[in-house]
Design a protein around this ligand. Structure first.
Ligand SMILES: NC(=O)c1ccc[n+]([C@@H]2O[C@H](COP(=O)([O-])OP(=O)(O)OC[C@H]3O[C@@H](n4cnc5c(N)ncnc54)[C@H](O)[C@@H]3O)[C@@H](O)[C@H]2O)c1
Length: 281
């Protein structure tokens, strides 16, 4: 269990969900971890739980609270954490929101772009002065960023449109950044997962988007739709499925892999490209 031994990794949105899963999996493979998330008390107790799991795996952890929209605060948090752990090899701008659903104000579009796109760029900029030669930047995209454009005119609303737009721009940003950083040996790749059952998608508004015909849909009501959209007939990935790919991209096993858009989508995008339309069997 030493695929990233000696490396230091910084992860935003590490209090729960995919960020926590990446932190723990990387620690199990020998990395020390800087875990960052927003600054409220509920998040603090979740961050402390992530930290406890990293330490349980035998690695060092530094906990920092900063909003990814606040470039100055984020920069200070990263500077302090790197000073404490001595180096930075990998950064994962993972924090994200998805305020999907109709009837929201247009500010949902702007807020989502601020967190998912500007927050990603702020995190990269905070990390760049510290990244070691041959470092790895792993951006969090989504299948939503590689699908045909949907603009929230339907059930997804302005927040859903902001989500798709931000992930498309993160994908594009990754392509351009990879070219800029290649001469220094620093790699940039974008990971595009399909559904993982985290709070991001396990909520009433998300379920309602898929089942507007029901007054109060639940996870059970959308499972059949989720299974139908994937080539491999599953409703969800597990968080660890994504974290395994993250470990590979963080490790030297992928030292010449850069500028890639890596889908982990159970065949969803291939099925769409082959002409599948939701509602078809
Ligand atoms: N869950 C999925 O199905 C899925 C699929 C594709 C991509 N993703 C991406 O994975 C990433 C993680 O999502 P998740 O599913 O774990 O969601 P989650 O809601 O469980 O976790 C998101 C984390 O980001 C943090 N965060 C939100 N706004 C922040 C801000 N302004 N500053 C700092 N931290 C902030 C939250 O506090 C939370 O801890 C996101 O970028 C998301 O778009 C998720």
């Amino acid at each position: 269990m030493t695929r990233v031994a000696g490396k230091v990794v910084a992860i935003t949105g590490a209090a729960r969900g995919l960020g926590r899963s990446h932190a723990v999996r990387l620690a199990e493979e020998g990395a020390d971890v800087i875990v960052l998330d927003v600054g409220d008390d509920a998040v603090r107790s979740d961050l402390d739980e992530t930290a406890r799991l990293v330490e349980k795996a035998g690695r060092r952890v530094v906990v920092k609270q900063a909003d990814v929209r606040d470039r100055a605060a984020l920069g200070q948090a990263v500077d302090e954490a790197v000073a404490s752990l001595g180096r930075l090899d990998v950064v994962i701008p993972n924090a994200g929101i998805n305020p999907i659903g109709p009837g929201r104000p247009v500010s949902a579009f702007a807020d989502t772009i601020d967190v998912n796109l500007a927050g990603t760029i702020n995190t990269v900029h905070a990390a760049l002065p510290h990244l070691t030669e041959g470092g790895s930047i792993i951006l969090m995209g989504s299948v939503a960023g590689l699908m045909p454009r949907y603009d929230g005119t339907g059930a997804s609303g302005p927040g859903g449109a902001g989500y798709a737009f931000s992930k498309k721009m993160v994908a594009e940003y990754g392509d351009w950044l990879a070219v800029q950083l290649a001469p220094s040996g620093t790699r940039v790749n974008v990971v595009h997962p399909t559904n993982v059952p985290t709070k991001l998608i396990e909520n009433d508004a998300y379920w309602k988007t898929f089942r507007p015909d029901l007054e109060k849909p639940t996870a059970a009501d959308v499972e059949g739709i989720y299974k139908a959209i994937h080539g491999i007939p599953i409703a969800y990935l597990e968080a660890a499925d994504v974290s395994h790919l993250i470990v590979y991209l963080a490790s030297d096993e992928s030292r010449y892999v850069t500028g890639q858009q890596l889908k982990i989508d159970a065949g969803l995008l291939g099925k769409l490209a082959a002409g599948y339309m939701p509602g078809m069997s």
